[in-house]
Design a protein around this ligand. Structure first.
Ligand SMILES: *[C@@H]1O[C@H](CO)[C@@H](O)[C@H](O)[C@H]1NC(C)=O
Ligand SMILES: *[C@@H]1O[C@H](CO)[C@@H](O)[C@H](O)[C@H]1NC(C)=O
Ligand SMILES: *[C@@H]1O[C@H](CO)[C@@H](O)[C@H](O)[C@H]1NC(C)=O
Length: 369
């Protein structure tokens, strides 16, 4: 049956060939199936025998580029170009180039000489190699400990075939499980989980393969294996102790810093205050001197505070060294208790410190006593 059909086919082909208006020329070799990665250049060859007039390249039935035997080319898509080769026996080869191929360029590529010889076609398949990665986890394991290593592939078309290698030797399929899912417009994500129980430190490689890639895309990690020491627990304790020590030390340092800052602030404040008191003392001293030199000419309305305690201690130098004196302070000197708290040195003999709002003439009297 098959043989009969074959003969019939041959006879029909022969009849077509003989009745062909373009008798004498044909496509000697048509384009070949091609799979490429997105963004690359797709190349197809079509070789015609001597006598051809026009060679047309079509994508999914649409003419994209025509080559005339006279030498010119007619391009209808800027991404489609061709290069002509004049071969022996007056054969002609047109090499079609499709630049920057995209997923949508996947389809049928046909070469036609505008006769009835229409069998010169092939398929272009555009694929996408996406991102490949081994999930970052702890790859430092105890000897003979079982771990899972996860390899992730994002944005591939089609979903890649994933395989694993340990120290450059392919691992058995039973050691890993792979699952893929379609995300959008023909793109796939895939995840593969390898279960491994390493006895020595090893390099582990995840490989992703698609036809368009001449060699698989890969991701490699190193699994470091350590011998659990007999005092493994002590080791753990030591680590915890170190961490605690570090935390305590940093807290102590922090508190110390705060203490230093507080001390500095207090110091500055006290210095400012003592400056202020010194200033007051100078002013009061000067005024006292002036007052001593001048003949007393006060209205009598003014009150002056003095320290009885100070007086008993420094009565030889009084009133020049009087501790507190300022007419501006009149308002503060209204009540004895207030003055003793605000203006005077009360630290040493607080019980004996008394301040009275007095008439300057009276001070003089007291001094004389
Ligand atoms: C070319 O690709 C098509 C579609 O993918 C397929 O059916 C055909 O068998 C392929 N031809 C060859 C020679 O590989
Ligand atoms: C097409 O043919 C030319 C000339 O023979 C050759 O150099 C080129 O590599 C071929 N291209 C393909 C895609 O086969
Ligand atoms: C690894 O552990 C298994 C049990 O978990 C034990 O049977 C085996 O002997 C161990 N192998 C080595 C090399 O320690």
């Amino acid at each position: 049956m098959d043989r009969l059909q074959g003969w019939i086919g041959l006879i029909i082909s022969l009849m077509v060939y003989l009745t062909d208006p373009g008798f004498g020329y044909a496509i000697i070799e048509g384009p070949q199936n091609l799979t490429v990665v997105v963004g690359s250049v797709a190349r197809f060859n079509c070789t015609a025998s001597d006598g051809w007039k026009i060679l047309i390249w079509l994508f999914n039935g649409n003419p994209k580029l025509s080559v005339l035997s006279s030498g010119g080319t007619i391009e209808t898509d800027y991404r489609y170009t061709q290069k002509g080769y004049n071969q022996s026996d007056n054969r002609f080869t047109s090499e079609l180039m499709i630049h920057n191929v995209q997923l949508k360029d996947s389809g049928q590529i046909r070469c036609s000489l505008q006769n009835n010889d229409d069998n010169a076609y092939a398929f272009l398949s555009v694929q996408i190699n996406g991102f490949l990665n081994i999930k970052d986890t702890n790859f430092i394991v105890k000897k003979n400990q079982t771990i899972e290593i996860v390899c992730e592939a994002f944005g591939w078309s089609p979903a890649p075939r994933i395989s694993w290698m340990k120290n450059n030797h392919l691992l058995d399929h039973s050691m890993y499980v792979s699952n893929y899912s379609q995300i959008s417009n023909g793109l796939y994500n895939e995840e593969s989980i390898l279960t491994l129980t390493p006895l020595t430190t090893s390099t582990v490689t995840c490989l992703a393969t698609i036809d368009a890639l001449s060699k698989p895309q890969s991701a490699t990690i190193t699994v470091t294996v350590y011998e659990p020491s007999p005092i493994g627990c002590a080791n753990e304790d030591w680590r915890i102790r170190t961490i605690i020590l570090a935390v305590v030390l940093s807290v102590v340092l922090f508190l110390l810093l705060i203490l230093i800052i507080i001390l500095i602030i207090c110091c500055c404040k006290r210095r400012k205050e003592s400056n202020y008191h010194n200033e007051l003392r100078k002013i009061s001293g000067r005024k006292e001197k002036d007052r001593d030199l001048e003949t007393v000419s006060h209205s009598g309305k003014e009150n002056y505070g003095y320290s009885a305690e100070q007086m008993t201690r420094d009565h030889t130098s009084f009133p020049v060294k009087q501790d507190f004196y300022n007419s501006e302070q009149d308002l503060n000197v209204n009540s004895p208790s207030e003055v003793s708290n605000n203006g005077l040195q009360t630290g040493e003999f607080p019980s004996r410190t008394t301040v009275y709002p007095v008439n300057p003439h009276k001070i003089r009297n007291v001094t004389l006593i």
